[in-house]
Design a protein around this ligand. Sequence first.
Ligand code: GLN
Length: 309
Amino acid sequence: MLDQENIIEKIEGAIKKSERHIGEGEVASYIPELANVDPEGFALSIVTTGGEVYEYGDLDTVFSMQSISKIISLTMALMDNGKKVVFSKVGTEPTPYKFNSLIPIDDRASNPLINAGAITTASLIKGEDVDVRFERVMSFVKKLSESDDIKFLYKIYNSEMKTTDVNRAITYYLKSKNIFDKSVEEVLDLYIRNCSIGMKPTELARLGSVFANGGVNTKGERLVSEEIVRIVLSQMASCGMYEESGRFLMEVGFPAKSGVSGAILGIVPGRCAIVTYSPRLDESGNSVRGKHLLDLLSDDIRLNIFLHE
Ligand code: GLN
């Protein structure tokens, strides 16, 4: 809920202030297809736990979820296997290394929100083959976002599949550590398919609002258990912004997950989900304007979860 005075002015003021960061950062190009976007594209969508929507900018932009899909893989791995099994295969601790680094894997990935961890959680999603597993992921995403229009972005998938040697290396390494016994290619395939799920800003914000609302959607249906919501949000808070997670939590003060397509999903428990879209990224792979806008909104609407009132 965002029931406070001048809320529209506050949101619009924050957007205006974030304009000073428009030219900063670079669009991701290591997945060639990701470079084909308007670098100045911008959107903001906020969906409250009560279902109110505040939306601005290019609301028809369809972006790939990329690493934001890691929260879906984690949620489904937990639903399918329980906490004990999942956290015997992946750790819970942040890492100071890049999201696709091989360093934070010793016997297992350090957390579920870096690539190695999300490849692990993808290996735990049940279904007889990759098509069935991905079908389950898509239908869960559609349910959470209350949209049948969620897309599979084949061009993004194809482009990443052709260039994803680092993720392939990570997947082989995890297999060598007996983290899963499926084939490397099928595990990698599901991971990349999940990253290639396409949606619009408000679809993602609606998905996030279920997590902001303790796992229940605006129709009162429980889609995720309270325990899983708690796990996902705490991992987002500690690990969701990669090697900038500690600073982001200190400055902005709520759980968030970024993706290299330029989207960030922020979740303020009990209040709202916020999606920013702006494809220019910093060195860590986080959207520059997006993270500044979340910071401004946090200050101006008092969204920091560590404030006492
Ligand atoms: N698909 C991307 C990758 O594996 C996701 C990374 C990201 O969004 N940070 O490299």
